[in-house]
Design a protein around this ligand. Structure first.
Ligand SMILES: [Zn+2]
Ligand SMILES: [Zn+2]
Length: 352
């Protein structure tokens, strides 16, 4: 009993001393310096394998809000070439906090012009400019991209001039802005070098037209990224035998339950939106059927509608999926899938 009393008093004394120490400015300065050093030295670049096709999920949700998730974004690395496919709200902050250097981006690729796929485009422009980009940011997107991007350029023109004037030659005005190339047609090769090929193919996200999916091939590895679309045979066709299919998906059990609750609570606007969105997305079960028909090695769900928030909604999100296709993964922000060249390995990791 005496010992317990002694230990208790010692702990209180230590806690008090700690509290007093932390009030000291020199101690605060020292601790804060350590935190800054830690942030500056943390880089996730080394987790990308040099000779591999990799994809990091920099935004896993659709517009419906969910804590700790950004709107749609995928960072693709093929060998040493980097691409960002879509950049919705919060995704640029994810990339920044992970310490990933994407200044040397080959291109920012846009699947379609819904806000949850483009709202962080000005941030990507800014971060790569601040990172030392010497020319305009290359952007590839469907018809309509040029005028949308010109709107972004104009909206941030004054901001750019203020920053350039303030910081001098680390932010040269001639490098501010975008270099847009639009693509169209049912199927178009939008990027090609010695080892890498990216093909855009048209999907159905009516009334959003055009909307594109992408097949990315690097050496002997490949993946398909759906963008936003209903379930389509063309997705099966392009995904035949690929290593990884990343597909958007709407979970009917969750959305229909939300629709019912919002309707009963009198929120007619949200209830109508929740009803309407069901006709232009693929369901989780339909996506599993696509993965099965295409015989892909791994199915990764992204652009989660809605993103599950707890164990119960996670179970409801994938209800019926396992019976159709068992090798699936529901992504989070930070999910990293790597496919080393010259092997059949598919590695799943998480960036923190
Ligand atoms: Zn979307
Ligand atoms: Zn969309």
């Amino acid at each position: 009993m005496k010992i317990i009393k002694y230990v208790f008093i010692t702990l209180i004394v230590i806690a008090l001393l700690g509290f007093l120490l932390i009030q000291n400015h020199a101690v605060q300065d020292r601790l804060f310096k350590n935190v800054v050093n830690e942030i500056l030295s943390s880089t996730s670049n080394e987790i990308f394998l040099d000779d591999a096709l990799s994809v990091a999920v920099c935004g896993s949700r659709a517009p419906l809000p969910s804590p700790n998730r950004a709107e749609t974004c995928l960072l693709v690395q093929a060998g040493t070439s980097k691409f960002i496919i879509d950049s919705g709200e919060g995704s640029a902050a994810n990339l920044q906090s992970w310490g990933i250097d994407f200044t040397d981006l080959e291109a920012l690729i846009i699947s379609h012009l819904h806000s949850d796929h483009i709202s962080d485009v000005p941030e990507i422009q800014f971060q790569t400019w601040l990172g030392g980009r010497k020319e305009h940011l290359p952007v590839l997107g469907p018809v309509g991209t040029a005028s949308t991007i010109e709107g972004f350029r104009l909206a941030y023109e004054l901001d750019a001039s203020y920053r350039s004037e303030h910081h001098g030659n680390i932010l040269p005005l001639e490098a501010y802005g975008y270099d847009v190339v639009e693509f169209d047609g049912d199927s178009t090769i939008i990027f090609e070098n010695k080892d890498t090929k990216i093909t855009a193919f048209r999907v159905d996200h009516h009334p959003v037209d055009p909307s594109y999916a992408f097949k990315v091939e690097y050496k002997d590895r490949s993946m398909v990224i759906s963008g936003d679309t209903v379930a389509l045979d063309v997705m099966v066709e392009y995904s035949k035998g690929v290593d990884v299919l990343l597909h958007e998906a709407l979970a009917k059990p969750l959305i229909q339950s939300m629709e019912k609750v919002t309707d009963e609570s009198g929120n007619k606007v949200l209830s109508k939106v929740l009803f309407d969105i069901q006709d232009y997305h693929a369901t989780t079960v339909e996506v599993a059927e696509i993965a099965k028909k295409a015989d892909v090695n791994l199915l990764v769900y992204y652009h989660l509608i809605p993103a599950p928030r707890n164990y119960v909604s996670e179970q409801m999100y994938v209800r019926g999926v396992g019976e159709i296709f068992s090798n699936y993964y529901v992504s989070d922000d930070g999910t990293l899938v790597s496919m080393p060249a010259g092997s059949d390995d598919i590695l799943i990791d998480t960036i923190n």
